[in-house]
Design a protein around this ligand. Structure first.
Ligand code: ZN
Ligand code: ZN
Length: 288
């Protein structure tokens, strides 16, 4: 089976207190035993980014993203462009985000969210780092800021897409990718599945957004990167392609957007031997 990337996960936010109290090493090894070979771990504040990059430093196949999430503005406090730029200044930091707008959970902070999002788009454009955009119940403002701040120049992805086909079409027109989580598998998500049907394969990615949003059939437990395979399988079946094809496509799209080459399985072998996971790599994926 081809390798697969979990294109959006919060590895530093896993409780590590799941049923088995697994360590991060075990969770990563479990993902890799399911051929989930690479990870893009997201930070939602600059402080979280600094902690996360220290914690994940030993893992050669984990990439990072750094940004200020619209729901973390208070916690993030005042930030300056040069601090954000300093965090982004590494080959392992392949994207700016997640940033964006969330009027579902925080309509009262709309002004501050707009200001923060616009400033982050400007940084992304100036550094040519793709944006990871979180957009919830904020379709018009998201589109108008992406347009007015020239986000097309750096590109990006609308992650955990739950909006309409019209929104998807306009984001695709801006050159953005669309990424789907386990929400696509939920019973009440016919609207998301319509968008899955609409988005062309060469513009979509799959992600867990773990520790949130565990897909069916593992809904209710803490989500983890191995479970991206359930999202992959569901969407592959839905689009009428094989899991292998969709894994290859999603990984290829990831490489195109972030302008990187994921390790080939052979090169990954080298990374594995640098990072000794012997003994736990073959632990099977538990189903609940
Ligand atoms: Zn998000
Ligand atoms: Zn996220």
């Amino acid at each position: 089976m081809t390798y697969l990337v979990d294109s959006h996960c919060h590895l530093a936010s896993l409780s590590l207190q799941g049923k088995a109290g697994d360590s991060l090493e075990q969770i990563i090894a479990r993902a890799q035993s399911c051929q989930v070979s690479h990870f893009l771990s997201i930070a939602c504040t600059l402080d979280e980014f600094r902690d996360m990059s220290r914690q994940l430093e030993p893992y050669p196949f984990v990439y990072y993203s750094c940004g200020i999430h619209p729901l973390n503005l208070e916690e993030a406090g005042e930030w300056q462009e040069d601090e954000l730029i300093a965090c982004l200044n590494s080959d392992k930091v392949i994207a700016l985000g997640e940033t964006g707008l969330d009027y579902h959970y925080a309509p009262e902070s709309r002004r501050a969210q707009l200001d923060s999002f616009a400033r982050q788009i400007n940084v992304a454009v100036s550094l040519n780092k793709p944006l990871i955009v979180h957009a919830r119940e904020a379709k018009d403002d998201t589109l108008s800021l992406l347009r007015s701040e020239q986000a097309r120049e750096c590109g990006g992805v609308i992650h955990c897409f739950t909006d309409t086909i019209d929104m998807a079409r306009k984001c695709l027109d801006l050159g953005f990718y669309i990424s789907f989580t386990g929400i696509a598998t939920f019973r009440g998500s016919d609207n998301v599945r319509e968008v899955v049907r609409y988005v062309p394969l060469d513009r979509m990615m799959v992600e867990t957004d773990c520790p949130y949003l565990a897909p069916i059939p593992v809904r209710g437990v803490e989500n983890e990167p191995a479970f991206v395979r359930y999202v992959l399988k569901f969407i592959a079946d839905f689009k009428g392609v094989s899991e292998e094809q969709l894994a290859a496509i999603s990984s290829h799209n990831f490489e195109e957007l972030y302008k990187i080459r994921l390790c080939t399985p052979q090169r990954l072998e080298c990374a594995y031997s640098d990072y000794k996971i012997a003994g736990i790599a073959n632990k099977p994926l538990e189903r609940s």
